[in-house]
Ligand binder design. Structure first.
Ligand SMILES: *Cc1c(COP(=O)(O)O)cnc(C)c1O
Length: 370
């Protein structure tokens, strides 16, 4: 009997009725006939800031722009060094390069896969201007010690919270610890639009105002340019979708956490398999459920033959990508990140994944190691 393939990710109607609600919101926004910088955006920005307990959320075109604008807003530019993880999606380093700063890559913690004060501290120099903690896979970095380190050296913090909507560290939300937090609402993110979208979140009025201006050509008011800005606006249709989906964010994250707990329970004790580890106080919303094994290629191939699709986050660490050769790194410079690149495998985990599907993934992973 041929089994239905199990996708790595799929858009499903979870919770049931949410697709219809999104379509309804879209129709309403279309009927509103105001498509850029209108009331839908304003409502979403207020709702998202309110949800996170932050002073302001400013909608922008995508997560990359959110990082770039946040870095600019906190004053990062040419001559500055910015410390960021080597184990991340390339958007993080590209944003640092875009503002003309020098990226300084650091290793993640072996267990959590996130950077920590301990891995960042040795990289801080007199030229360091900012740290960009990435809450990778949906787990918040250990922010307490990172904030202390930043304070001690007068460094700005811009959080890359693109994978961590609604994740908490000691009862505060990812994206609200530093000077600014950058979010992506790419469709597959925990809070996703139906296209590109992003936001900068901050408790600093001046940073919010700068991003509001900069995203709209630098205009403080119509035809009055204060800075040379760009066009990076979050449009009304996406804002309308996001506002509706935000109402389900906690439920979506709870479902991801439920699925993650099942994977952890069912796969624990499997020899040669390292399961995700959370640090004390660090919430995890499982944007990605990444396991580790030295037999990654074989496991992925075996699952593929069973019709189970997986992903690798990320197969080539930033410092070994051709595009970043100019940074002067070589294989061996970041052994932890290189090991992660070779051993990580992300299992299917998304709201709407069915019980029989997850059971089959578990069975087949177990079978491979038996
Ligand atoms: C998705 C993502 C981004 C970029 O978001 P886009 O909206 O695709 O530009 C940045 N950083 C991380 C860690 C991401 O996962």
């Amino acid at each position: 009997m041929l089994m239905e393939p199990i996708p790595y990710f799929a858009f499903r109607d979870f919770p049931v009725g949410s697709e219809a609600a999104v379509q309804q919101a879209l129709l309403q926004a279309v009927a509103g006939k105001s498509y850029i910088l209108g009331k839908e955006l304003k409502h979403f920005e207020e709702a998202y800031a309110g949800y996170l307990g932050a002073k302001a959320a400013v909608g922008v075109g995508n997560g990359y722009d959110a990082l770039v604008l946040a870095l600019k807003a906190v004053g990062v530019g040419p001559g500055d060094e910015v410390v960021l993880p080597v184990h991340t999606f390339i958007a993080t380093i590209n944003a640092v390069l875009q503002v003309g700063a020098k990226p300084v890559l650091v290793e993640p913690d072996t267990k959590t896969c996130n950077i920590t004060a301990a891995t960042v501290a040795p990289a801080v120099t007199a030229s360091t201007k900012a740290i960009v903690p990435v809450h990778l896979y949906g787990q918040v970095c250990e922010m307490g010690p990172l904030l202390q380190l930043a304070r001690a050296h007068n460094l700005r913090i811009v959080e890359d919270a693109a994978q961590a909507h609604g994740a908490r560290y000691e009862n505060k939300f990812a994206g609200t610890f530093g000077d600014a937090g950058a979010f992506s609402f790419y469709p597959t993110k925990n809070l996703g639009a139906l296209g590109d979208a992003g936001a900068v979140v901050t408790n600093d009025e001046a940073i919010a105002q700068f991003v509001q201006m900069y995203r709209n050509y630098g205009e403080a008011q119509k035809y009055r340019s204060e800075v040379v800005g760009v066009n990076s606006r979050l449009d009304e249709l996406q804002a309308a979708v996001l506002r509706v989906k935000l109402q389900n964010l906690d439920q979506l994250n709870a479902e991801r956490q439920r699925l993650a707990a099942i994977y952890k329970e069912e796969l624990q004790g499997t020899e040669e398999l390292v399961l995700p580890v959370t640090a004390p106080g660090c919430g995890h919303v499982y944007h990605i459920f990444s396991i580790r094994t030295r037999r990654r290629e074989a496991l992925q191939q075996w699952l593929r033959v069973q019709g189970i699709y997986t992903a690798v986050h990320y197969p080539v660490p930033v410092h070994l990508q051709p595009a970043y050769r100019f940074l002067g790194h070589k294989a061996g410079d970041f052994p932890v990140a290189e090991e992660l690149a070779q051993t990580s495998l992300s299992l299917p985990l998304f709201p709407g994944l069915k019980q029989h599907e997850q059971e089959r993934v578990v069975d087949m992973v177990r079978k491979f190691f038996r």
